[in-house]
Design a protein around this ligand. Structure first.
Ligand SMILES: Nc1nc2c(c(=O)[nH]1)N[C@H]1C(S)=C(S)[C@@H](COP(=O)(O)OP(=O)(O)OC[C@H]3O[C@@H](n4cnc5c(=O)[nH]c(N)nc54)[C@H](O)[C@@H]3O)O[C@H]1N2
Ligand SMILES: Nc1nc2c(c(=O)[nH]1)N[C@H]1C(S)=C(S)[C@@H](COP(=O)(O)OP(=O)(O)OC[C@H]3O[C@@H](n4cnc5c(=O)[nH]c(N)nc54)[C@H](O)[C@@H]3O)O[C@H]1N2
Ligand SMILES: [Mo]
Length: 724
């Protein structure tokens, strides 16, 4: 078993220094101190308070994730000679090498039947795109966005799609936090965090469930550390013993560096992958046995508590412990910490959403919080740890297949138009339709739909069957080259957030809207997404009662958003007032739930079915050196894995398979096979495996959670072939 090493600390400082050196100190300093929201996670750093400050105006330290994110943006332009190579040469590159080609500085087109991309002018590119969309039946098209684009670009994207004639509009949250939105809707009536950053400073207990913030939300670690320092507790629930969640060396704190790291988790509980629901029910059972429920709150502020409590009582300790693999005394210890807390915050990530029962997982978290009245007061509540820096904003402003009825009415009244009535499709439904040959055109704004998708072979085939793909991107990725043979593919280069010609806005995971100044000029040939979309709209929608070109200007877009979404009213003034704000009606400091009855609802769920198809359950996850499909470093400096082609496994399982660390095996699932992956011993429950995303998407399946339409990226049934 490898020795667990403290994350963060000296290594990170060295890494930051090395990255900054590579990209030039002056360039990096400008990128990091300008007033723009950080491009990495959704914690919401930066904005008007300055490059590296949070929403409380604190300036904690440089986050190396921000440096990483900037490092790809401030690369040089890709030389035009590179496009002399056929697309097959690009497919030979690793994701890291593809990203490291540089920034795309001009439009490139590859026509059906051709084997390479060539440079074309902006005018020809826009004319080509318009012609292709005009020749397509809108119901045979879809519009996808990742979560890095601005609110302004997102709003224009969805309006363009709907006026063109389709509701097939979606974003990466269908592969991310959609289960959260559904579960919070069914329990508390809103879909996002109930707490703001300031609430975290008042919490005396923070749960970190199915998330690895040491790599993915490093700034959140500061909050956890601060909670411990004031005597509070941090409970981690994660099958994998993540080194960075046990101890973390804060680069800012010399004391924590010298002593080898500060404690993060007070208690680290390791349920089996996919079996958290049993654990949550066990905690509730222990709370009830101690008569620790908030009776008054349950009676006056909630409904359905009696059914939930009856179901918990009916579930035996035997079944609970057998399913989750955590012993009763440990569950009782955990419940004891919960019972002792006055303000508990429940934070969670992809370990909760990436299952066929993702929605149920989160309904159980909500129930556990409601049981002790932990939602609807300051210092306590629910905190989904969001992914992309503006994924929440992209959803808020309507890049989703179904808009609320009142929003549709306001758009129709405001613009004098009528929107399509067919129900739009989620991301996987669009990919399935593409695979069935039913998609003629797709507009893909940011992201990497190939690498993000489960079952890579299916994804490649699906993308290849789309007649015309229009990509808007800053850098190239494998998603532009995998499945690019059969159709026409046009790639347009866009400005990064800090290069936008006009200010843009983003929404953090705390429902806080921030303003980014933009304005840095690095390349001549790139254009803002909103300009490209408004140009396209003007070309394909010449008969509108208004001029679509106005949507290339962000002040007009923000005015339109504020009129359509009254909770974003302050957006109208944000550029002038420079006043960032919380979206109305989201934070719950009082128990006024947004359900029809005004009460929070308990949902009763039975435990997920047990599948015995294959002996192992594999979770795919992120390493320290990546941002989703963008790979910065092959090794994982927290977990100690030397490269990405590894499977992390319990030491007993390695022995049982007659293998040793460092030897290789094949992983086999219904979807595919990962060959010759190196075994790496790791502290996970027996029968559980971990491997890195996106490489392991060769193994994941396209089946989705029926309620959130999210694939089970974290519970893949696999066999281990030792004969390879
Ligand atoms: N640097 C960096 N920052 C990022 C990203 C990045 O790639 N790099 N990605 C961004 C995005 S889009 C997102 S969505 C977030 C993702 O942030 P996280 O949610 O932290 O992402 P993952 O690494 O996929 O998985 C997190 C944890 O889930 C655990 N897990 C797996 N299965 C289970 C289970 O069944 N139960 C429980 N309790 N835990 C389980 C894994 O062991 C792992 O520690 O981060 C965002 N921030
Ligand atoms: N097996 C497995 N699969 C997963 C996951 C998992 O944990 N396991 N996680 C899922 C999750 S949570 C998510 S969110 C998805 C991620 O899905 P996506 O958001 O679709 O993918 P990313 O890898 O984040 O996209 C990176 C690309 O975005 C582009 N880009 C970067 N910055 C900008 C910009 O400013 N503007 C524009 N237009 N483009 C830009 C670049 O081309 C870059 O290569 O993957 C999902 N897939
Ligand atoms: Mo995500």
């Amino acid at each position: 078993m490898p020795v667990a090493q403290a994350g963060g600390g000296a290594k990170k400082i060295l890494y930051t220094l090395a990255t900054v050196n590579r990209i030039g100190v002056a360039k990096a300093a400008k990128a990091l101190t300008a007033h723009n929201t950080c491009k990495a996670c959704a914690l919401g750093m930066g904005g008007q308070k300055g490059g590296m400050t949070n929403e409380l105006g604190e300036f904690p330290a440089v986050c190396n994730k921000s440096v990483q994110a900037q490092s790809t943006d401030i690369q040089d332009e890709i030389p035009v000679e590179v496009f002399d190579h056929p697309t097959s040469d690009f497919r030979d590159l690793t994701p890291r090498e593809t990203e490291r080609l540089g920034r795309l500085g001009f439009p490139v087109l590859k026509r059906k039947g051709e084997d390479r991309f060539s440079r074309i002018s902006w005018d020809d590119a826009m004319a080509f795109a318009a012609e292709r969309f005009q020749a397509t039946d809108p119901s045979r098209s879809f519009f996808y966005s990742s979560g890095r684009s601005s609110n302004e670009a997102g709003f224009v994207l969805q309006l363009l799609a709907r006026l063109y004639g389709t509701n097939n509009v979606n974003n990466c949250s269908y592969y991310c936090h959609q289960a959260t939105g559904v579960a919070l809707g069914s329990t508390i009536g809103t879909g996002t965090s109930t707490v703001e950053l300031a609430d975290l400073t008042r919490a005396d207990l923070i749960f970190v469930i199915g998330a690895n913030p040491s790599s993915n939300h490093p700034r959140f670690i500061h909050q956890l550390r601060a909670c411990r320092e004031r005597g509070g507790e941090v409970i981690v629930i994660n099958p994998a013993k993540e080194p960075g969640l046990q101890k973390f060396a804060l680069p800012k704190s010399p004391k924590s560096l010298l002593s080898g790291g500060s404690d993060i988790a007070s208690l680290y509980v390791q349920p089996k992958i996919g079996e958290d629901m049993a654990l949550f029910k066990g905690i509730a059972k222990a709370v009830l046995e101690q008569k620790g429920e908030a009776q008054d709150f349950l009676t006056h502020q909630t409904e359905g508590a009696e059914h939930y409590i009856a179901a918990i009582k009916a579930l035996s300790w035997d079944e609970i412990t057998r399913r989750c693999g955590v012993a009763q005394p440990e569950i009782e210890k955990l419940a004891g910490l919960y019972l002792a807390s006055e303000n508990a915050v429940f934070a969670w990530g992809m370990g909760m959403t990436h299952h066929l029962h993702g929605v149920q997982n989160i309904e159980e978290i909500a129930a556990l919080a409601l049981l002790r009245g932990m939602i609807g007061r300051p210092g306590a509540g629910l905190l989904p740890l969001r992914g992309h820096s503006n994924v929440q904003g992209i959803g808020t402003i309507g890049v989703k297949p179904v808009l609320a009825e009142d929003v549709v009415q306001r758009i129709e009244a405001r613009f004098g138009v009528s929107l399509p009535e067919e129900t739009g499709m989620d991301t996987m439904a669009c990919m399935q339709a593409a695979h069935a040959g039913e998609m003629e055109a797709a507009l893909i704004m940011g992201g990497n739909l190939y690498a993000a998708n489960p079952n890579s072979e299916f994804a490649r085939e699906a993308l290849d069957r789309i007649g015309f793909k229009l990509f808007l991107t800053t850098t190239l990725n494998q998603g532009h080259f995998q499945g690019c043979e059969a159709g026409d593919v046009l790639i347009l280069p866009v400005t990064a957030r800090d290069e936008e010609w006009e200010p843009t806005t983003q929404e953090s995971m705390f429902n806080y809207v921030r303003l980014s100044d933009g304005g840095i000029k690095r390349f001549d040939g790139v254009r803002p997404e909103s300009r490209i979309l408004s140009d396209l709209g003007q070309r394909i929608l010449p008969d509108l009662p208004f001029d679509f070109e106005a949507f290339g200007r962000h002040a007009s877009v923000r005015k339109a958003i504020a009129e359509v979404l009254p909770e974003l009213d302050e957006l109208k003034e944000i550029e002038v007032a420079k006043r960032e704000f919380h979206i109305k009606g989201r934070l719950l400091h009082k128990p006024d739930f947004k359900t029809t009855s005004g009460k929070a609802r308990f949902q009763v769920n039975s435990l997920p079915p047990v599948s015995s198809d294959r002996p192992f359950t594999l979770a795919t996850l992120r390493s320290e050196g990546q941002f989703n499909s963008i790979i910065y470093e092959e090794k994982d400096s927290y977990r100690g894995t030397p490269h990405r082609w590894v499977v992390m496994m319990n030491a007993e399982d390695i022995e049982r398979l007659g293998k040793q660390e460092g030897e290789t095996v094949d992983l086999v699932s219904e979807a595919g096979r990962m060959e010759a992956v190196e075994i790496y011993a790791f502290d996970v429950p027996e029968g559980n495996l971990l491997a890195y995303y996106p490489e392991a998407n060769v193994l994941t399946a396209t089946e989705v959670d029926p309620r959130s339409k999210t694939p089970a990226f974290k519970s893949v049934k696999v066999s281990v072939d030792t004969t390879a």
